[in-house]
Ligand binder design. Sequence first.
Ligand code: NAD
Length: 422
Amino acid sequence: MSSDLGSYGVETICDRCGDELDRVTEVEAITDRDLKLLRQPRRRVNVNIPVRMDDGSVEVFPSFRIQYNDARGPTKGGIRFHPAVDESEVDELAFLMALKCAVVDIPFGGAKGGVIVDPDDLSAGERERLSRGYIAEYQNIIGPHQDIPAPDVNTDAQVMAWMMDEYEQQAGVQAPGVITGKPPALGGSEGRTSATSYGGAVIFEAFVEAIGLGGPAELTVAIQGFGNVGSHLARFLHERGVDVVAVSNAGGGTYDHTGLEITRLFEEQPADLAAVAGETITNDELLALDVDVLIPAAIEDQITMDNVTAVQADAIVEMANGPTTISADRYLADVGVPVLPDILANAGGVTASYFEWVQNTSNDYWTKERVQNRLGTQMQTAFGQVHETKADGDDRSWREAAYVRAIYSILEAEQYRGNISR
Ligand code: NAD
């Protein structure tokens, strides 16, 4: 790999959306005028939410909901509670949700919401009142056929349950389809917890075959992040015969070049991965392992211009959102390392959320097997379409192919609605 990195810059994930749109206009027959609709969100709403605290005082929490694009259907996206969440970050995340729904062809647009709060500072009662307050304030713009929230950073199934209940109380109807990620007792879907990883495993198989790496049983992988996504994915890949040689969490990782005992690690979920059998490695060492496929499944901005030249893997599958900075992504494209982008690789999660909404709105509930079968088919179809789009274009990366596919799909819907001239 070249050591001349000067031309690659040092942008982060937050620059990605505008930049990717620019790249699409450079290589595609899409005019800047058509893209105007996608350069900014359709609707951005802000509310300062008053919450009665346990000591009787009232605190006010700034919040927002961003509905990026609804041409393909009701908008969909999580609500995060975080002290550092800001509107421009949520804009980007809402945009990525619109692309993700389009790339797997589910009839939703993209949205995201946030509340500026440190949830660790709240009691359970205060958390509930904040969750209910959020829905009370935004109830006119959300709904099963308008905008469907979901969990995100620091919001979980319990928060979704409070939010659904608040919406139903305000609306005076039963409406489980207003929100996804609910507990199964309130209409949550079987198979949702592992759906992102199940979809990822299906996509992994299709991807390694498409790029000629060989069958799963011939491959080694390293997975950064052993939380929900990473640990379930390790298990699904292990079941397919892949040698998972390294896994890590925030505290460090473990490595065994003959393959780790994934079934045991999954069952035990040890907090200290470095202490289990295998060689202790750091996260930086994991990212630099000489494996067939590297799978970042932890947090954003992990493969950057500071460490990309150390990457030895033949391919990367992005299970986390935004794990590769745009500069590092360009560098990898230049040196011929294929990167399967997040908007396709981890879209199994939102696809299963769509299945939850289908079950809620039809009142017909599915088994886990049925969820996984449909998920597998939907992911294979999406992969096939992105692969076709890649093959259609000169030298397109997998990321460009996925973006092009998604953007064309959104623009086609906008055109039929009359929002873009033919
Ligand atoms: P999680 O909180 O369950 O797990 C995150 C894992 O990353 C943990 O093992 C944690 O220790 C590890 N980690 C945190 N900081 C780290 C660091 N600096 N270095 C190495 N490891 C670190 O989260 P999750 O639900 O598994 O999500 C992982 C990623 O996948 C996130 O980017 C998330 O946005 C994305 N994602 C998740 C879903 C889903 O359904 N859960 C869907 C789509 C995308």
